[in-house]
Structures are given as C-alpha cells and as structure tokens.
Design a protein around this ligand. Structure first.
Ligand code: ADP
Ligand code: MG
Length: 253
C-alpha cells in the first residue's frame, strides 16, 4: 500500500488461554510508513497481540488484514513470506557464530522451509547471495564494523541490532519488534532509536512493542495503549499523553 494507507489491520483480535482472556477484542491499524508503538504494563497482552498478528499464536477470534489480505490462520512462515518480519523479546542467536553468519542463517531460515543443516548443503551461488544480503543489512544499520565478531561477544545493544538486521534480511514491508530497548543503556537506546528512524525514512513500517514510555514517545507516529488485555486508547503520542484514562491507568497520575 501507498504511504498513509492501511498496511496492517487487527480487527477485534482475541486470544484466550483456558479461562484467561489475554487479548480481548483488540483493534488497531498500522499505516504504511508509520511507526506504531504498542505499550502497556507487564501482562497487558502486548506480546500475545504481537504473536497473533505475526501468526505465532492462533487467533481465538478476529481478523488480521495484511496488505489487503486476511492472514489470520496462516502460519508464521507464510506471513513472513508476505513481508512481515519479527524479532523476539529475548535475543535468539548462535553465540559461537559471527554476526554475519547469524544474520545469513536467519535470512535463510526465514526465507525457505530449510533447516540449519540444509544450509550446509547450499550451492555456492546461493550461499554467496545469503552472505551478501546479510552484509547489506548489517551495513544498513551501521554494524558493518562488527560483522566478523562472535555474536556472543557483543553487548546487548549490538545484539539487538543484529536481530533487527536478521529480520531485515527477508526484505519485509513491516518490521515487528518486541521490547527492543529492554535492558539497554541510554546510549544504546539512542543508537537503536536512530536506526529505527533511519528505517522509517527508507519506507519501512514498524510495530514496536515497548515498556519504556520515554523511548516510544519520541519515536512513534501512533500509539496503542493496552491494559488487562484490552485497548485503552489509540492516538498520537500527544493525544495519548494528554488522555486522562491513560494517566490514571498507566502513568499512575
Ligand atoms: P505483555 O507482553 O503485555 O507483558 P503477555 O501478552 O505476555 O503480556 O501476557 C498477557 C497475559 O496472558 C498474561 O496474563 C500472561 O500471563 C498470559 N499468557 C501469555 N502467554 C500465555 C500462555 N502461552 N499460556 C497462558 N497464559 C499466557
Ligand atoms: Mg511482553
């Protein structure tokens, strides 16, 4: 879709775990070219919503429309192939491999139905293509200088950036990030924010699940606030900050 048109619509998405309603008929829209922040206290249902949208969890009810198509019920791999790519709340990597190898492997696992073992049998041309793409994405996010370091030796900030590079290796239209700033030092958060702004300038749309209000407010175009599985409000950062219901429920003022 063109900039400003709906890219992703969650329509009354619902997830029940046994008797617990983790996500209670939540709706929101992400427009092409926007960064949307999904915020709320711990246990609000943010990660579950994120997993519903990306097909990691099955919907109890509701619809997920991505690029004009209902992707509710599709597998996460199918949805990824349609141009949605995600990171996880906890860094997933092979610490004994280099940053470049981690990103190349991630790109491979996401873009095919292959396994890590099958990657060892790739022909040279395909392997070269994967590594070239990994290098391109690492350069894009300013990590070319750390390409040949072991992933396990990186600080948390660069590890998170590496994960973003890996998610970018499939060339998504929408990038989903689950608490990328959690545990980062201020300088690392600033570096991350700068990378996300850069990606937005390049036309990428982003769904950012975050706990850190300050990090979100200066970065996103729209915010959806959740609490106890329900949506409290959607709006611009200014609208959300001014909302009495948010101040009462989330900011505690
Ligand atoms: P958040 O990401 O906002 O912290 P979550 O989406 O992780 O919140 O969790 C929302 C609620 O759903 C919580 O009460 C959590 O305990 C529950 N929950 C999450 N995942 C599962 C699961 N796989 N099985 C049962 N309950 C779950
Ligand atoms: Mg979470």
């Amino acid at each position: 879709p063109a900039v400003g048109e709906p890219l992703l619509e969650a329509r009354a998405v619902r997830k029940e775990f046994g008797g617990l309603v983790a996500v209670n008929d939540v709706s929101f829209t992400i427009r092409a070219g926007d960064i949307m922040g999904l915020i709320g206290p711990n246990g609000a249902g943010k990660s579950t919503t994120f997993n519903l949208v990306s097909g990691v969890l099955s919907l109890t009810k509701g619809e997920v429309i991505f690029r004009g198509q209902n992707v509710g019920g599709m597998s996460s791999r199918e949805i990824a192939r349609k141009g949605m790519s995600r990171t996880f709340q906890h860094v997933k990597m092979i610490p004994e491999m280099t940053v470049l190898e981690n990103v190349a492997l991630g790109g491979y696992l996401r873009s095919s139905s292959g396994t890590a073992r099958a990657m060892l049998r790739l022909d040279r041309a395909e392997e070269k293509r994967l590594f070239a793409e990994a290098e391109r994405q690492l350069t894009r996010i300013g990590m070319a200088d750390k390409m040949h370091e072991l992933a396990g030796n990186l600080a948390l900030g660069p590890q998170r950036l590496m994960e973003i590079a890996r998610a970018l290796a499939t060339d998504p239209a929408l990038l989903l990030l689950d608490e990328p700033a959690a545990g980062l030092r201020l300088k690392e958060k600033q570096a991350l924010a700068e990378v996300l702004r850069q990606l937005k300038r390049e036309g990428l749309s982003i769904l950012l699940v975050e706990h850190d209000m300050d990090f979100v407010m200066g970065l996103v175009d729209h915010i959806t606030v959740m609490e106890f599985g329900t949506k409290l409000i959607s709006g611009t950062p200014a609208e959300v900050q001014a909302s009495p219901v948010v101040r009462a429920a989330y900011l505690g003022t």
